[in-house]
Ligand binder design. Structure first.
Ligand SMILES: *Cc1c(COP(=O)(O)O)cnc(C)c1O
Length: 340
């Protein structure tokens, strides 16, 4: 049996959370003199600390219960909270598969937690032989899996096997799941040690709004709620998110268009002489190996076209986000002109 109290840091287990004025009153009232707010204005009130209406809407879209949702100031807040809840600084460890999203490492370092980096195989899959050896270390409390993975673009195989066999918490970062059409959210009830991260920053077109979603069992979402700053989602962002989530048709059309553009771009890029490999992608970007990544990056930047140079992460690789059809065409034209 999975026992969450064995994984949580003792100080977090014992923590008495801050109780805000808006936590203590539920119901309808006309006069609020409980939070030292200015009574005048349109932005004068503190927002709902538990974001009930927004969670209700997300619950409908994702077919989960609102109690299984935590909302953070971007997924990056949820990543940080995972370290703070589960890893004792200087003692416990976390694990991830590289190359992957850089915030797992930055957040680990901020929290003084060692992140063990297990290299993916040459086709960017988990090396299960090496993983089972690493997991003999029972100070590893937290495991991050990004799928589809950033910057490689592929989905990882065997994720559920890892969740079943790992004694700690598995965080599956699905920031790009909208584009792959695959998600573990529907399996949550099977796995008390699973946290699935998604975001409004990519497919929903709300990067500026800073809302990340964590889906997990209620004991885990309760821990997130206990540790987060009380008003972590601003009302302006809340309102913008509710509005965007009301238009699932636009979301669906954009995802479809971006996936079609991605597939077209993969073909077109692979026909360029400078391109030696286009890695298969299930996300809204492509990892592209070229003969000289630094030179290509510099020449595009000089024309005002900015892509991500990942040469230091995967040799001679560029990560290219899929833009509008016009932007993609301009990029292709520019690449055709470049000689390296
Ligand atoms: C872009 C991205 C996110 C999103 O982070 P937010 O803080 O929600 O904007 C999360 N994980 C990965 C792997 C990403 O690439």
């Amino acid at each position: 049996m999975f026992d969450i109290t064995k994984i949580v840091r003792p100080n977090i287990l014992a923590l008495q959370p801050y109780s805000s004025a808006r936590d203590e009153f539920t119901g309808s009232a006309g006069i609020f003199l409980d939070a030292n707010e200015n009574p005048f204005g349109a932005l004068n009130r503190y927002p709902d600390p538990l974001q009930k209406e927004l969670k209700q809407r997300i619950a409908e879209i994702k077919s989960v219960s609102p109690e299984n949702i935590f909302l953070g100031n971007g997924s990056d807040e949820a990543i940080d909270l995972c370290y703070r809840i589960f890893c004792e600084p200087g003692i416990d460890k976390a694990l991830t598969f590289t190359p992957t999203y850089g915030m797992y490492q930055v957040s680990a370092a901020i929290n003084n937690v060692t992140l063990v980096n297990l290299p993916l195989t040459c086709d960017f899959q988990v090396d299960f032989n090496r993983l089972s050896k690493v997991l003999e270390d029972d100070t590893v409390k937290l495991l991050f899996i990004c799928s589809p993975n950033n910057p490689t673009g592929n989905t990882l195989k065997g994720v559920e096997t890892i969740i079943k066999n790992f004694k700690g918490i598995v965080v599956v970062d699905e920031a790009y799941a909208d584009f792959s059409g695959t998600s573990l959210v529907a399996t949550l009830h099977n796995y008390p040690n699973l946290i699935v991260l998604q975001t409004l920053s990519k497919a929903w077109g709300l990067a500026t709004v800073r809302i990340g979603m964590a889906f997990a069992s209620t004991p885990i979402t309760a821990l997130f709620n206990k540790v987060k700053p009380p008003y972590n989602i601003s009302m302006l962002n809340y309102t913008a998110a509710l509005k965007a989530l009301g238009n699932t048709e636009q979301y669906g059309q954009q995802v479809k268009l971006l996936v079609a553009e991605r597939n077209k771009m993969a073909g077109a890029l692979s026909r360029l002489p400078m391109v030696t490999k286009v890695y298969p992608s299930k996300a809204n970007f492509l990892l592209v190996e070229v003969t000289n990544a630094d030179a290509v990056y510099q020449k595009l930047a000089a024309q005002g076209i900015i892509i991500r140079n990942r040469n230091k992460v995967v040799a001679n690789c560029l990560r290219i986000s899929i833009g509008t059809p016009d932007e993609n065409r301009i990029l292709l034209n520019a690449l055709q002109q470049i000689t390296v």
